[in-house]
Design a binder for this molecule. Structure first.
Ligand code: BGC
Length: 746
């Protein structure tokens, strides 16, 4: 008995013993290396070298010599397998200490097989979809020797104008945290083998909160906002084992994030216990100069170094100045050693010292059928049905269809932003796939690209529309209209798409509007033209087959909005977990601009927080999306109406599929902390479950709420759990659901 207890204890402890044994070995190896490395070699480890997109032609002798001398720790954008192999061989065999390089690339939502853009993946609300994307991306990218990706991007985004909303996990901290863990698991795969990519949680911190949605812009944020909304996905990524973090371009409360001791030391190292390494964004270290924070390059190096920025991407301030700063005593060798150790430890944990020289295994792995299938599945799971008047979808197979619109056959653009390596020759577009599947379809783009302002294609499109029973219009934005530095002040469909839709409407044929875009699009001018609206985001390589399955009803669109969909750009930033005001917006007193009587007396009374033209509600709320079936929520039940701070609460509803087909609904649980020591959001997502139900069946859906889910951070950054009343909703989106309340007591 005694023995067996000891044995089981030993078995239980085995993983921990192995970890501490590993970390002892790592420390020994690191100390040993540090004791032998020159200052230049140490500084070399802090350098991420590369080119803007890829090294063209052959490798220069100078580049190889740099590796031989140990002057780089990692390489960006060298994209030929044989070149990576050659450089790694030099690093391992010809450099003095044989320290391997890490080869990096932005592998964001696929390498060759492209998945939907990250905002689309977020619309799946599904961790296995995010995991699959990360895993497939890693397998393909590592097949030529890439071992580090600058993903996942974890910037909460509340502003559809911001171009990088396309790359974001959306507006909600819980959803973003669930996705963060899945991405890290998928990319790093616990470094089980050489298909693992080192992940990079980016951009730390507050990058998505740039003023006005203008990229790189100023961020002011208090502790509570940072810790309650923007930090959780980074925390989740680090808890899941993310070993690198990228500092952001923006300044944060007056200090550029890449030189912020508060962010990089206090928050990241002290609070989140991060023990990997921090890399700057592209030149973000030297951009502290135009920010007006560093006087010159040497000062920039000093500030970033003192803040704890370990590795410098592309600019060379560390290389040019750290040695002098060490020699004149401005910075200390012990701190340099900590940074080098952070990088070496990461290389050891990845198994890079023992990894074989990469070979080119890509031939059998790029665009593998299994990868394409996963990309198609992800696209289906990300599509959000926004409108379906008279159940026009799924399509009736006997109908003659006119397929129109600039994104219907746009193989490059349907891949979306940040797809350096996906090849449009492999994209299956809707026009291509639909025509292959049915002869009931005639195709005329009408406009050749999303910004097209010529009307040359109208006649053909209108003729085809008139000769058909129904129009599918696939419009939206080209890939280049979202992504880094591609913010828009107007988020309506660009070019003449609205005008063409109006012309098509005049044919009297029903219109199914499919949007492929990197952000929510303002639908105010065109919503009434469309009988159905489906958001397909930029769906990736397999967008055509995925869309076919969804529109014909082989599958349901399973996505739900991961961001609030505004009526107009002017409503931004707009998000569901907003604060109340002293005069909360209210539909009973709201008077729309055109309904204000002429000569009305100036008064604020009866008015509240809204826009006179666009009101206060979004076009579609966070969490929204329709199915091809219908669900009823009933019988909300709480196990108790009072819980102590150490209790939990079970809350359940009855979910009924009242429709005629099997369907999946996303059941969402929100709470509101009614009164707090600082004001609390009107709603916060606390849990969600995908529930699949056969036609005409019902089930009980249960959630457990733990006190920890009721905590928040105050303005001093302290975690609080406060007694009082909580409202609770379970429903299909953030703007509806059954409501009850409970009390938390001390
Ligand atoms: C972006 C990063 C990216 C880096 C390297 C920067 O411009 O902000 O997200 O990882 O470039 O390509």
């Amino acid at each position: 008995m005694y023995k067996s207890i000891n044995l089981s204890l030993f078995i239980l402890l085995l993983p921990f013993l192995a970890i501490s044994q590993n970390s002892n070995d790592y420390n020994k190896k690191i100390d040993n290396l540090l004791s032998q490395m020159t200052i230049e070699q140490k500084i070399g480890q802090l350098a991420l070298r590369g080119t803007s997109s890829r090294v063209k032609g052959g490798l220069s002798e100078e580049f190889k010599q740099m590796i031989r001398e140990g002057e780089a720790g990692a390489i960006l954008n060298v994209m030929k397998a044989e070149q990576m192999a050659e450089l790694q061989k030099i690093a391992l065999e010809e450099s003095e200490h044989g320290i391997p390089l890490i080869f990096a690339r932005d592998v964001i939502h696929g390498f060759k097989t492209i998945f939907p853009i990250p905002l689309g993946l977020a619309a799946s609300w599904d961790s296995s979809t995010a995991y699959d994307c990360a895993r497939v991306s890693s397998i393909e990218a590592s097949s030529i020797g890439i071992r580090w990706t600058f993903a996942p991007m974890l910037d909460i985004s509340r502003d559809s104008r911001w171009g990088r909303i396309a790359e974001s996990p959306g507006e909600d901290p819980l959803l973003a945290s669930v996705l963060a863990k899945a991405y890290i698991d998928g990319f790093q795969n616990e470094f089980k083998d050489n298909t693992s990519l080192l992940a990079c949680a980016k951009h730390f911190m507050g990058y998505g909160a740039a003023e006005g949605g203008r990229d790189y812009n100023t961020v002011y944020m208090n502790e509570a906002l940072m810790r309650n909304i923007y930090l959780p996905p980074f925390k989740a990524a680090i808890e899941a084992g993310a070993l690198t973090v990228m500092s952001s371009f923006n300044e944060y409360n007056g200090v550029p994030a890449s030189a912020s001791t508060f962010l990089l030391k206090e928050v990241l190292r002290d609070d989140l216990a991060f023990d990997g390494f921090v890399v700057s964004d592209w030149n973000s270290l030297t951009e502290t100069i135009p920010h007006g924070y560093a006087r010159d390059e040497r000062h920039a190096a000093e500030l970033a170094f003192k803040a704890g920025l370990d590795m410098e991407m592309t600019s060379r301030a560390y290389e040019n100045h750290l040695k002098t700063l060490l020699e004149n005593g401005t910075i200390q060798m012990a701190d340099l050693d900590i940074m080098v150790a952070n990088i070496l430890r990461t290389k050891l944990r990845m198994g890079l010292f023992d990894a074989p020289i990469p070979k080119d295994n890509s031939a059998t792995l790029y665009y593998k059928n299994a990868h394409l299938e996963k990309a198609k599945e992800a696209a289906i799971k990300s599509m959000v049905l926004l409108k379906n008047k008279n159940d026009i979808l799924p399509l009736n197979s006997s109908k003659k269809i006119a397929l129109i619109g600039p994104l219907a056959d746009a193989p490059h653009d349907q891949l979306g932003t940040w797809t350096f390596d996906g090849e449009k020759e492999h994209t299956i577009t809707p026009a291509h796939y639909f025509q292959e599947k049915t002869d009931q379809i005639s195709f005329a783009p009408g406009l050749t690209f999303s910004r097209d302002r010529s009307t040359h294609g109208y006649a053909d499109a209108l003729n085809k529309a008139k000769a058909s029973d129904l129009i599918i219009f696939i419009g939206g934005e080209e890939a280049i209209l979202s992504g880094e530095a591609h913010s828009r002040a107007n988020i309506a469909l660009p070019g003449k798409q609205e005008e063409l839709l109006k012309e098509l409407k005049s044919t009297g044929k029903p219109i199914v509007l499919v949007i492929m875009a990197g952000r929510p699009i303002s639908l105010t001018n065109i919503e009434s033209y469309a009988d159905a609206i489906l958001m397909a985001w930029h769906p990736g390589t397999m967008g055509g087959p995925a869309l076919y399955d969804v529109l014909t009803g082989i599958r349901e669109p399973e996505g739900r909005l991961p961001v609030t969909w505004p009526k107009s750009a002017g409503q931004s930033p707009l998000y569901y977990n907003q604060k109340n005001t002293g005069r909360p917006a209210d539909s009973t007193s709201f008077v729309q601009m055109y309904d204000i009587p002429l000569g009305a007396w100036q008064s604020s009374l009866g008015n509240n927080s809204h826009y006179l033209d666009d009101g206060f509600t979004p076009h579609y709320p966070f969490g929204y999306g329709l199915n091809y079936s219908s669900f009823i929520y009933s019988e909300l039940d709480l196990s108790t109406n009072k819980i102590s701070q150490s209790d939990s609460l079970v809350v359940s509803i009855k979910l009924t599929n009242t429709g005629n087909r099997q369907s999946t609904d996303l059941v969402q649980l929100y709470i509101q902390d009614v009164v707090g020591s600082i004001t609390r959001p009107v709603k916060e997502l606390k849990d969600f479950q995908h529930i699949k139900l056969d036609a005409k069946t019902d089930t009980e859906v249960k959630f457990v709420i733990y006190p920890d889910q009721l905590t928040f951070y105050n303005n001093d950054g302290e975690k609080c759990l406060e007694s009082g009343m909580f409202n609770i909703w379970i429903g299909p989106n953030s703007a509806s659901g059954l409501k009850s309340s409970f009390e938390l007591f001390d």
